[in-house]
Design a protein around this ligand. Sequence first.
Ligand code: SAH
Ligand code: SF4
Ligand code: F3S
Length: 473
Amino acid sequence: MSKKVYIETVGCQMNVLDSELVMASLRKAGYGLADSPRDADVILFNTCSVRQHAEDKIYSALGRLKILKQRHPNKIIGVLGCMAQKDQKQIFQRAKHVDLIVGPGQLFQIAALLQQIEADGRPRMEVSLGRRDGSRIRIARSHESFDPLRDPEMRPVRCQAYVRIMIGCDKFCTYCIVPSVRGPEQSRPRRDILAEVRQLADEGCKEVILLGQTVNSYRYVEGDTSWRLSDLLEAIDATNGIQRIKFVSNHPSDMTDDLMDAVRDLPKCARYLHIPAQHGSNAVLRRMKRGYTIEEYRAMHARAIESIPGLAVTSDFIVGFCGETVLEFQATCDLVRDLRFKNSFIFKYSERPNTKSAELYIDDVPNAVKRRRNNELLAIQNAISESDNQPFIGRDVEILVEGPSKVAAQQNDASQISQLTGRTRCDRIVVFPGGREHIGQILPIRIDDVNAFTLFGHLTSPYAEPEMLPLRT
Ligand code: SAH
Ligand code: SF4
Ligand code: F3S
């Protein structure tokens, strides 16, 4: 019988993609999938270090496996991803039953490392160089990730795929751990990306989501030609079979006109941009070293909204950053009220070791205040989201159906799905009654009701050919 792997993933889309690729490579090496740690021969955690809380969750999950490992010493426990890169050997010290530590740049070695551990029972660790541990080229090379192996069965949503176009980050926002765990910014060769998209389309994938920490900084130089994200979008738009294209996350400073024009003009581009502002106050943006003023952010946002009809913009915010005063926090609330984001992801500042803000500033906003500000900003945002969803009632939208809704998935009846979920072209979530045959299709839905997070509707024409539908929001 083949050995079985259980994998748990936290963190951003990069990690979701990494886990998909790890599982594809392990399946190729003969491993099967396990539904729980108990049934597994190999237990993997793909980890995130962006906030302390994400790390705490993994360390306590590891703690819970201690007894299982004592009873079954042959089970292999592995820690992958950003926390593996950040904590390295310390993980062996904190959780002695861990056998394997692999950074994001070494994931392609996992099958071989597992074989070595199975053979001699000795722990293994493979990580990339730190940002000060050599020449830029050597550091960059040590972070290069692997993207060739795709296995449609390993994708959470079959008709949708993440495609990495860049890795790493050179912005060094003072609060952020990502540049040190994911290494220098590197854009993937254009032809590799397009070949991967072609392969995905041939496998029936309808939507690609291009990934990069600052995806709109993409720049690939080949001979005399330099390719930007807008050039990539144009090429992907011309790929038969692909019907929708999204990309995340954008840095506000790199929102150039050619990119906005591409989103406006290319029929397959989602009318949706995630452009994290992080804060509404210039003083805090400066302390964060974000590289723009709030006036510049507002002007960029206005340009986007004016030039792209039906555009939805989302943002990330950090509350309780070092020294954040009441007035500074109010500036963030004002920004959210003024710009009416589709939604905002709000995070309490979490000090990360060896970042500039940990070195330069004191993490002086008490946790209770961070929590209160988080809730206050969330309430403002939710009221906006709900009110801006209201005009959708009675309207027809076109959605790509992703799968069973959360409720239907919990009911766990694989044959008969009653509630499905999908997304509009502007990335709003839509829930409607339907069956398995609708998954992966682009369908027309009439919206009957809304709340802050979801539109609820019904199919207007279940047999319509996707190509024949007019393009709507
Ligand atoms: N590369 C993306 C986001 C990376 S991390 C970008 O630049 O937009 C995702 C989000 O986590 C960030 O946008 C930020 O809002 C939040 N974040 C990053 N570091 C954090 C920290 N130390 N504490 C709290 N939130 C943080
Ligand atoms: Fe982190 Fe800033 Fe880079 Fe985003 S742009 S990954 S927040 S350093
Ligand atoms: Fe977390 Fe690493 Fe992504 S730190 S947010 S999983 S790049």
